[in-house]
Design a protein around this ligand. Sequence first.
Ligand SMILES: Nc1nc2c(ncn2[C@@H]2O[C@H](COP(=O)(O)OP(=O)(O)OP(=O)(O)O)[C@@H](O)[C@H]2O)c(=O)[nH]1
Ligand SMILES: [Mg+2]
Length: 480
Amino acid sequence: MWGASLHSKSPIPIHGRYFLGTPTKSVSASIVMGDLKSKALYHLMKAHADKSCPTTTIPLKLIETTYSREVINAVEDLPALPLIGLVGKPNAGKSTFFSAATLIDVKIAPYPFTTIEANKGVAYTRLKCVCQEFGVKDNPRNSSCVKGWRFAPVELIDVAGLVPDAWKGKGLGNRFLDELRRADVLIHVVDASGSTDEEGNPIKPGSHDPVFDVEFLEREIDMWIYQILQKDWDRTARLMEYMGANPAEELAKRLSGLGVAQDTVERALNETGLTNKRATAWSQEDLFLFVKTVRSYAKPLIIAANKADIDVAVDNIKRMQKELGNKYVIVPSSAEAELALRKAASKGLIEYLPGDSDFEVKTELTKRQEKALEYIREKVLKRWGSTGVQEAINRAIFDVLGYVAVFPVENETKLTDHEGLVLPDVFLLPRGSTARDLAYVIHTELGEKFAFAIDVRTKRRLPADYMVQHRDVIKIVTTR
Ligand SMILES: Nc1nc2c(ncn2[C@@H]2O[C@H](COP(=O)(O)OP(=O)(O)OP(=O)(O)O)[C@@H](O)[C@H]2O)c(=O)[nH]1
Ligand SMILES: [Mg+2]
């Protein structure tokens, strides 16, 4: 049905395949009709149509005039991609990380508050594709597949730096935290080399303790949430206690600006033992403990120990692992190295895939290029095994959030969709998603008419409540 309205409105010309996240011009010229159904394109349209996105590539106007409202509404109904927020003090390397992961050019500079408006874009998780296991050549559509590695899209947002006491309005304040409302997980980009002070001003490498930065950032976010709740706590507490309001519902309402769901609030109330305590008797410590717990569920955090190429970072990272390792996933990273490698790869100078442990030189290099690449090999790849950018994204999505990647197909023998594309899509779904959830993600109608699913590996029938597993290949069968 979309096809008809698309055709009748003579859509944007089709120019073959695109790689999601490809910045600008080329993208608008390469929308393939069928891709409108994919969450990835939906995301792309939204991200690029968003006025606050400095890398605007597909203006909403263009989409609106080309596609009917009906199509846009249908696309907007699709669930969004998992969203990763990059946070940290100024000058830590957030925008460098963002640019390395999305290949979108953004402002990067060695002074604080380079980023003011948030940058949004598409990054990718890397996972083993199923194409080699099934011995097929795939035709990826919402993702890409290189040498048997599938890159599945996620959304990435790079926000302004946060300084101590931002919750009181210092620096750029907490305004940007609103941008993180939809974030499912945060990557805290820390300057592990200690070459910037707590406000992001450049200082001698090694003279600032990155452990401090980890503690302060979490406190800032907690204080910000605490402040929101504390503002009219007396009223909230009275409502919860005397007016018969459901406490979890009431608290979730107060926290709606943060995108905290009611069941997350319920979990935090149970965990802290506050479910049975009278709200008017909550102490400040109770409220703070509740805030900390809610935040750890709603915005879990992992650490990218960045600037790991600088020598003094090595000891700092060892210490961070020792002092913070039991509380956080800590990934040593060099965003700058990843950005350089990806740029070199896109120019054809080297062969390199994000997450690789080495690269291969493909052409004659200038002395300068050779030196820069050798520096990366010695100080980053050999030292840490990879640049850490891909690993941080992967661990945020697969380990911290526990998402699974699922390959839906329509034909279980050929592994194709209705257009004959082999393994076209891979979807990232939250832990605990069922076969029926997958059907809804593909298309509302498929969810509504769900009869059963088929595990393509075993050819076994799966019920609606089957919990999909990482790298499942699934066919959905509908009732007529
Ligand atoms: N040595 C080294 N420098 C890096 C690395 N990542 C970023 N930088 C440098 O750190 C400086 C700050 O980088 P940005 O990406 O602008 O930092 P930011 O966190 O976005 O800063 P704000 O926008 O001000 O909050 C730049 O000079 C980068 O080149 C890294 O992995 N290694
Ligand atoms: Mg920045």
